[in-house]
Design a protein around this ligand. Sequence first.
Ligand code: SAH
Length: 462
Amino acid sequence: MYSKNDIVTITIDDIGTEGQGIGHINGYALFVKDTLPGDKVKVKITKVKKNYGYAHLLEVLTPSSDRVKARCNNATRCGGCQLQHYSYEKQLDYKQNKVRNCLIRMGGCEETFIDSVMEPIIGMDNPFNYRNKAQFPVGRAKDGGVSIGFYAGRTHSIIDCTECHIQSDISNRVAEIVRSWMIETKLAPYDEKSHTGLIRHILTRIGYRTGDVMVCLVVTDIRVHGIEGLVDRLKVIDGLRSVCLNINKDRTNKILGTDIVNVYGDNYIEDYIGDIKYRISPHSFYQVNPVQTEKLYNTALEFAGLTGNEVVWDLYCGIGTISLFLAAASKRVLGVEVVSQAIEDAKVNAKANGIANAEFVACPAEDIADYLDNSASFDKYKSPDVIVVDPPRKGCDAGLIDTILDISTERIVYISCDPATLARDVKILGEGGYRVERVRACDMFGMTVHTECVVLIQRKHT
Ligand code: SAH
């Protein structure tokens, strides 16, 4: 048996859901962050439990053939990327397996069956600099200066870094401009512990196709002395379309407060997915990887099998991105989302694109059947032919699954950003008379352990 502080040499033979390497000694599993299958490593044991333990990497004795040099010097400390030291090809295998294993272990699917329905993961052509949205925390550096960067894994200590390799170069440049302006104007960064200071976060959003740039400073007070000076400096950035302040006075981990004050240009940017133009506000949910989003939505469109005659529900619709993407191929689409501001954006987006066969309601997805029962003008949506769901990580609410089983819709297209909750829901749907027909993962988050996945689930006809 091993004890804390023991130093051992092991070969890593597996990789966990958080990206940690796993090695076994006589059947005892040790989790070691920053290691990969195939690595022979020297580690120090940090925690011992009955069947498994944790260890800290001391030295890579023989590197795995899949190990590559991380581009970012902060890769091991930053909480953002967990897999930069893994070849991209292997990152894709890892994600493919993650989805497969979840569907087998938690989804109640047979191995051979999953292998017959699972298509190859859609990888990225360039897995770097893909993000269209950055949220840099701002804080006081140890030497008294301004620290801008990212949180270290599982903490709120800021790693100073404005050269993030998964962000757009524009976002990195904006962060540096804000830093030099803060230093010159002597504006205080926010201090989480004492709840003092002014500037908390820098939020940027970039329109991939339009080139629009939004800079939103999250501040504790609307009075930001010298903000015009920042706007002048930011004007060197091509496409600058919006500079705004978001006021967040609360002692909270939530990044954005409710109120937004515009200080330059519009209070939104625009971007395209396919032929559809979307308006994006600081608060709106919008997929962070624009190139892969188009591939993801095309996969959902293909799985939906639309002929032009279908009534479609797009549940968890955000600003209506998927609804509008599917509208041209269907009879009509109903978008449902709990955030009412997002529904307002969705309506504006439908109108701006001249799409008349999509309507939107602000309502929890799990309450949609009741909502329709109580509003006669929505009768035409009562029996959907296809239901698309794209829930947050916690998956679909149990009440929604009951509704789906109740109305026994023919096809469900499930878009998921967490294969574990996807598998949980697939199992319940499976027990209720549905069957998985197609599965395709899509990598939206290169260098991280996260993956997106689209599943076609069809009602069984006996
Ligand atoms: N389909 C959109 C958004 C997906 S993100 C897109 O691709 O851009 C998930 C969305 O679900 C968020 O907009 C979130 O506000 C919304 N949401 C969370 N819980 C919900 C619920 N119970 N009912 C409806 N929408 C919900």
